[in-house]
Design a protein around this ligand. Structure first.
Ligand code: FE6
Length: 614
């Protein structure tokens, strides 16, 4: 035809097209997302022009998107009634943005060890992804403006394209893809329907596929909170969370600085990891202006928040991102920091506003918070505020926060005391608890195997050191009647060390015992009894509990000690046996005795002695 113009692609664009055409990219389906996004942007811009009251071609035609597939012809056609393009715009190939976007995209592809063609849309050159699947692309477009003329643009992707005037076009753009042999699947309605549902469910203009309306769920995260009904939130949660129960918490927020973010996040009613389903993947999807960028986005939240579900939408993600800060990692880190900080603040608020909800949350998700304390230095302080523990001053089952504990501390108490035990009864019966009961200091009871690591990593809270009860340096304030004198206790301790030899580290006179005759105390400042047990249960190379040497602390006020002191002068053999039994008893109390056979044999001998005494 005489009116046909032939144009050559600019060198960079040809280079990009070659990469796109020959790439072995596995997610070719993203071309649908890209073309639908362009169509949605064109509709958005049209709506803007409409509202500013400018004259439009076909003002009565509403913006919308229609897709048709034809599996016989092997084509897919994407039509929009958006803004349309002029001759100039078609020639300029998206104008200057496309040009700089092309450069930036090529630069990224060259730098990246694993080039990701899927990011094409983020550089404003998503249109070219059509050449991943098509031999020929034909674009019919008519601008909304007064140009009064439509154009046909067509290209096979190599060399250049042809432009021809086209008469009687409706406003907007119609893009026909003649699919390559290995991409004929995209001419199947079912395939395209699945792709649209995945990426474009929330596009705010109607999308029809072969005359069937597809997108009906609204992107409620971009609406203002007070306009959204509870049922709408719940319906949305069912959709994104694949969970028919109600969520436990919901956080809907938007921020402008340092990043433009709209987020709608949910905490599911139950922790799915405890239901024998193994480790879950985060189900927070990342959108840019309502178009899915990444499902189950990696790096958006720290691992320990992987129980969250919902959406995050940030305009700052693609297009207008500066070329210097192109590495999406730094942007992701920034997003991560903002989102995590906001969520932790929300949870803290929730613990005050909705105590019942929070305690349910804590019951389900405490392990995740603890994982955060142990693995993530950045949010330690905020996480510390969210922890809850049983306490010696509360009823069984009641929980306290560390900050409430600190408020109750008497002024002479300088540390937060924590007692590791398997349950409440064991904690209250522990010899390490005696001095606290006597001095009326509150102790937190920690029953979870992870708690020791939590204490280790948290180190302090509101400036108060966290101290394990077994390592606390505290004395009973009052002296008891009938106690061994200081000299007698010292010499008994020396005798015990001589008698027990290598079985113990140091032997000391203790001032922290009331009921118990003696305790073992870890001589290692770092390793504790429960840590050793935990490491053993994880089959790590922990020093054998039995083989490890403990210090032995004896209670000079206990009647056993006074009698033992007397007996060592009269029957050293029997006294030696009793000393060994006392050590084993203390090991039992600390949960450290692994093989009770030697202890039982000795105990039976002692019983025999008691029964034959006349
Ligand atoms: C991308 C085709 C060049 C509008 N509507 C739609 N797509 C658009 C625009 N693009 N740019 C503007 C694009 C093409 C060629 C660029 Br040739 F789709 N649907 Cl207004």
């Amino acid at each position: 035809m005489s009116q046909t113009e032939t144009h050559h692609f600019q060198a960079e664009i040809q280079q990009l097209l070659n990469i796109v055409i020959h790439s072995l990219y596995t997610d070719k389906e993203i071309f649908v997302r890209e073309l639908v996004s362009n169509a949605a942007d064109a509709c958005e811009k049209l709506r803007f022009h409409q509202s500013s009251g400018q004259p439009l071609h076909q003002a009565d035609v509403a913006p919308g998107i229609a897709i048709t597939t034809d599996d016989k012809a092997g084509t897919i056609i994407i039509t929009d009634t958006g803004l349309g393009m002029t001759h100039g715009e078609l020639v300029e190939n998206l104008g200057t943005i496309a040009h700089s976007g092309t450069k930036a995209f090529l630069k990224q592809l060259a730098e990246d060890k694993k080039p990701d063609v899927g990011l094409i849309g983020q550089f404003g050159v998503g249109f070219y992804s059509a050449f991943m699947v098509a031999n020929r692309v034909t674009v019919l477009s008519r601008s909304f403006g007064p140009e009064g003329q439509g154009w046909q643009w067509t290209s096979g992707g190599m060399g250049g394209y042809e432009l021809t005037p086209a008469a009687d076009l409706p406003r907007g753009t119609k893009i026909t893809l003649e699919l390559k042999d290995d991409a004929k699947d995209f001419a199947q309605e079912a395939t395209v329907e699945r792709i649209i549902q995945r990426y474009s469910s929330f596009v705010p203009f109607p999308i029809e596929l072969n005359n069937k309306r597809l997108n009906t769920v609204q992107a409620i995260w971009s609406r203002s909170k007070n306009e959204i009904k509870e049922e709408e939130y719940n319906e949305f949660y069912t959709f994104v969370g694949h969970d028919h129960d109600k969520p436990l918490f919901r956080l809907h927020f938007s921020a402008d600085a340092p990043l433009a973010i709209q987020a709608l996040l949910f905490v599911p009613g139950r922790n799915f990891e405890t239901m024998g389903m193994g480790r879950m993947d985060s189900e927070v999807n990342l959108y840019c202006r309502k178009v899915l960028i990444q499902a189950k986005a990696k790096g958006l939240f720290p691992e320990w928040l992987r129980f969250l579900k919902g959406v995050v939408d940030s305009e700052d993600l693609p297009l207008n991102i500066s070329r210097e800060s192109m590495q999406d990692t730094s942007l992701m880190q920034k997003l991560n920091r903002v989102l995590t900080g906001r969520l932790l603040k929300f949870l803290e608020e929730q613990s005050v506003k909705d105590a019942e909800g929070y305690s349910k949350f804590y019951g389900e998700y405490q392990r995740f918070l603890k994982e955060g304390v142990v693995t993530d230095y950045t949010h330690k302080e905020a996480l510390g505020k969210l922890l809850r523990f049983e306490s010696s001053t509360l009823e069984r089952g009641g929980l306290t926060s560390l900050s409430e504990y600190v408020q109750r501390m008497p002024s002479e108490q300088k540390e937060i005391y924590c007692l590791l035990a398997t349950n409440r009864a064991a904690a209250e019966a522990s010899p390490y608890f005696e001095v606290f009961r006597e001095r009326k200091f509150e102790v937190l009871f920690l029953y979870d195997a992870w708690d020791e690591f939590v204490i280790e990593h948290l180190r302090e809270f509101e400036g108060k050191p966290l101290k394990l009860a077994e390592k606390a340096e505290l004395d009973i304030s009052t002296k008891k009647d009938g106690a061994l004198s200081e000299d007698a206790s010292k010499s008994l301790a020396q005798w015990l060390k001589a008698t027990l030899g290598d079985k113990v580290g140091e032997v000391r006179v203790s001032q922290r015992l009331v009921e118990s005759p003696a305790v073992v105390v870890d001589s290692d400042k770092f390793m504790t009894a429960s840590m050793r047990r935990l490491m053993k249960s994880m089959k790590q190379d922990a020093p054998e509990a039995g083989a490890a040497k403990h210090d032995f602390e004896v209670n000079p006020a206990h009647p056993i000690m006074a009698r033992l002191d007397a007996m060592r002068q009269t029957d050293a053999t029997l006294a030696g046996s009793v000393a060994e039994q006392l050590l084993d008893n203390a090991r039992v109390a600390a949960g450290l005795l692994e093989d009770p056979r030697a202890m039982l044999a000795r105990l039976n001998q002692l019983l025999e002695k008691v029964l034959t005494k006349d």
